[in-house]
Design a protein around this ligand. Sequence first.
Ligand SMILES: *Cc1c(COP(=O)(O)O)cnc(C)c1O
Length: 286
Amino acid sequence: MVKVMVNDKIMDRSEAVIDIEDRGYQFGDGVYEVIRIYDGVMFTGDEHLERFYSSAEKIQITVPFQKEELLDLMNQLIKENNVKDGSVYMQLTRGASPRNHVFPSKDIKPVLTAYTKEVARPVESLENGVAAMIADDIRWLRCDIKSLNLLPNLLAKQAATEQGCYEAILHRDGLVTEGSSSNAYIVVDGKIKTHPATNLILNGITRQVLARICQNNNIPFVEEAFTLDELRNADEIFVTSTTSEVMPVVKLDGTEVGDGNPGELTRKLQTLFVEEFESVKKAHSL
Ligand SMILES: *Cc1c(COP(=O)(O)O)cnc(C)c1O
């Protein structure tokens, strides 16, 4: 039986109960994280938890656990479910109380839920690349918060899927922000360009790992917004996320990117990224 977590209790999924007036359910009033598990070990768990606390703080929810406790709980859940390659999803809502836009009183406790699942690495797509489309970024101005409110992201992803695309790359007035559930990058003349970590994008942990990798390997990583024209004329395009890793985009709005194959620098970054999580796995097994 698959186990889930509600607050600090691990239980069978069928035993988990969420109040119908939970503010996450009624308003999307909460935040979440998705953490990758490679070979039973969380990858960049600390960074994800750091962002979880930061997202919660930005909407004035206090996480009812210390970071160490929460990390322990996640590790327990991963162990209970015997996850090898997969992910852990966790969310925190402002809790349950009669529906009212105003925050409930302080004695209403936030509700933490978490579950794990097995997810294979998307090896075929990583190898061959994926198609993407361009879409308007119709989100709010606090995209730096990993909030449960994902309607604009869902609409963009659905439109992409209906066009046979893996991802929608979003833009505001002609400037590319990010993907619907990923960060977006172009490669021009051996330089990587991506939107700076402002309120207009979610600063991905994968993005931060990539920035570090680039710094360590003397690969120019420029945090500067780029235009749709630059996107359409880029040598290479890729997107990153916890589950997509470094995903080559080989087709944009039906037109091939470069020669239609994953680019050279994108490939190099993929290799360096795999080395990164392999070294974490290895360090853990010592
Ligand atoms: C989660 C997310 C990302 C990717 O972040 P990672 O930490 O790398 O998984 C990018 N954009 C949006 C909108 C996201 O929700």
